[in-house]
Design a protein around this ligand. Structure first.
Ligand code: ADP
Length: 538
């Protein structure tokens, strides 16, 4: 017997129509060097329909890739909907990538047009001749003052929009590609992930659920995580779907500007990587705000950071885990009710975990070679593997030998994790960041967490450096808080009661800053290269 329910496709234009019909009066604010500009979803929806018309006028193919190169903004949100709702494929380019990677990605995806924020135009324009399929470059005014050359390929966003007719959105096939995003590619070439309408709608529903970000009409949401990085963690679709007001930082990503925006705009929910919140903390501490949750993930969320927020800002950090390949949100750490009466330390321990898979995602830990399941005892570790309708099955035209899925259909994450009896995930490390000492593994994440709990430490990254006897040994790279001084012994003494003796770093290097990747995570690859020849004390 078959179910007798309607078979409506799960397409992004359903989100668009929902916000257009029901939440027209909710506001979208975008920051810029010239101040905050505001609009409503009603106006945004009109403009988005016209933008659909612009894509037609420019002659973008029926499933053409529509590149973007810009900050989080209202216009970027127009592109987020106009491209997929006309059957095209949104392709967000990461503005912080190296030129060669950008060229590779734009050519690999075959972008036909790229929409570029004026403030970052000088980063993009020198590459345009290397991007073989790009026929049009559309400049978006974002308060930047970069000089725009006179070139027939360039047009102005607002001029095009003013001349265009609004179009109807009606995507019938939920399996169509809606957008694509390349992972930063710490090894090999960047790899393309292609989201479908269906995966995007299901991911949106999951992000909206209270066990994840729980956005609603009551919220003012501010995605700090870039729209060019893993879909701004789904907030760019979830906030409109829920009718949450939106606040975009635009190019104003300085910690103080972010803190001011949170306070001035009455932001209730925001999200970004740990380094962002590390920077914002001193500017937000002690101020009045309306935040109910600060989402954080993308790399390990230090317990000390979450606790500092609890003490100084009044709310701890909400950890989530995910990857570009999982749309990206796959698990989150909302505290179950039984923790209500727990003491602060127990709560902090639990918050330091990546949490429970969102409904719709299944997770397992296995031996990466044999695929043998590891017990959920919070001690055994294994490769974390996931499956679900918003997890990628394969990459877009991958290089030879790149396999994302196991033979039995699970997605390999490259993360090493333990799971407790409830299946709450604790990320031990990324496979490539584990430190291999005498055949045993040391978790760089655990060591960093322990070092960062030292009151004088601002940031710490631990990498393995070659060792003649043990293969690799940990080197701690430590950034002290401004004005602080500390010695190697002080750091090691602090660690002694916190970690196993053989985990203690062989050396501590005090550095000015931990190098960051294009999306603001610790770049351990850079540190490993820097200290490849490091001679450890014997
Ligand atoms: P990349 O960092 O390679 O550019 P992603 O942004 O897709 O690509 O990052 C995904 C990775 O980020 C995960 O595989 C994991 O290693 C790390 N990560 C994400 N969330 C967390 C978290 N809460 N704790 C620890 N690591 C995390």
């Amino acid at each position: 017997m078959r179910g007798l329910m309607q078979d409506s496709p799960l397409t992004i234009d359903t989100i668009f129509r929902h916000v257009e019909q029901h939440f027209g009066d909710a506001t979208i604010a975008t920051n810029s060097p010239k101040g905050v500009t505001r609009t409503t979803y009603a106006d945004w929806a009109q403009r988005t329909r016209r933008l659909g018309g612009v894509l037609d006028t420019l002659g973008i193919s029926a499933d053409g890739r529509v590149g973007t190169f810009g900050w989080n903004s209202q216009r970027h949100l127009e592109l987020y909907f106009a491209a997929p709702c006309t059957g095209r494929v949104l392709h967000t380019l990461n503005i912080r990538l190296f030129p060669e990677q950008l060229t590779y990605i734009a050519n690999h995806a075959e972008d036909e047009v790229v929409f570029v924020d004026r403030s970052v135009f000088p980063l993009f324009w020198p590459l345009v001749d290397t991007m073989t399929t790009v026929r049009h470059v559309v400049v978006m005014e974002d308060g930047g003052d970069a000089e725009i050359p006179d070139d027939p390929r360039i047009s102005d966003y607002e001029t095009l929009l003013a001349q265009a007719e609004p179009v109807d959105f009606d995507v019938r096939d939920e399996g169509l590609a809606a957008s694509m995003c390349y992972t930063s590619g710490t090894t090999g070439n960047p790899k393309g992930v292609v989201y479908s309408h269906r995966s995007t709608v299901l991911h949106t529903m999951a992000v909206l659920s209270p066990n994840a970000f729980g956005l609603s009409v009551r919220d003012v949401a501010m995605p700090v995580v870039p729209m060019f990085h893993a879909n701004a963690w789904g907030i760019a679709q979830a906030a409109p779907a829920a009718g949450s007001a939106l606040v975009f930082p635009g190019p104003m990503m300085q910690p103080e500007a972010l803190a001011n925006l949170i306070v001035d705009e009455g932001v209730t929910f925001t999200a970004g990587v740990p380094t962002i919140w590390q920077g914002v903390l001193p500017h937000l501490a002690g101020r009045e705000h309306k935040l109910r949750d600060i989402g954080c993930g993308g790399s390990a969320v230090p317990k000390a950071l979450s606790e500092a927020y609890r003490e100084q800002v009044g709310l701890p950090i909400l950890q989530a885990w995910g990857m570009t390949e999982t749309s990206p949100v796959a698990s989150s750490g909302v505290l179950p009710r039984r923790f209500e009466d727990a003491d602060d330390t127990t709560k902090a321990e639990r918050r330091a975990r990546a949490g429970i898979p969102l409904f719709g995602v299944e997770a397992r830990i296995v031996d990466a070679d044999s695929l043998e399941a590891q017990p959920w005892d919070d001690t055994a570790t294994g490769e974390l593997q996931v499956r679900g309708p918003w997890c990628a099955k394969e990459y877009y035209n991958p290089d030879a030998g790149v396999e994302l899925s196991t033979a039995d259909g699970w997605m390999k994450t490259g993360d090493v994790a333990a799971m407790d009896v409830d299946g709450s995930i604790r990320i031990a490390d990324r496979t490539k960041d584990l430190i291999k000492s005498g055949g045993e593994w040391i978790s760089s994440v655990d060591l960093e967490n322990a070092i960062m709990s030292h009151p004088k430490v601002a940031e710490a990254a631990v990498v393995g450096v070659p060792h003649p006897k043990w293969d690799e040994r940990p080197l701690a790279c430590v950034v002290l808080k401004p004005g602080e001084e500390a010695t190697e012994d002080e750091i090691l003494e602090h660690l002694k009661p916190l970690v196993a003796k053989w985990w203690l770093p062989d050396a501590v290097e005090f550095i000015d800053e931990v190098p960051k990747t294009s999306v603001g995570k610790f770049s351990k690859k850079t540190l490993r290269e820097k200290f490849a020849e490091y001679s450890l004390p014997s």
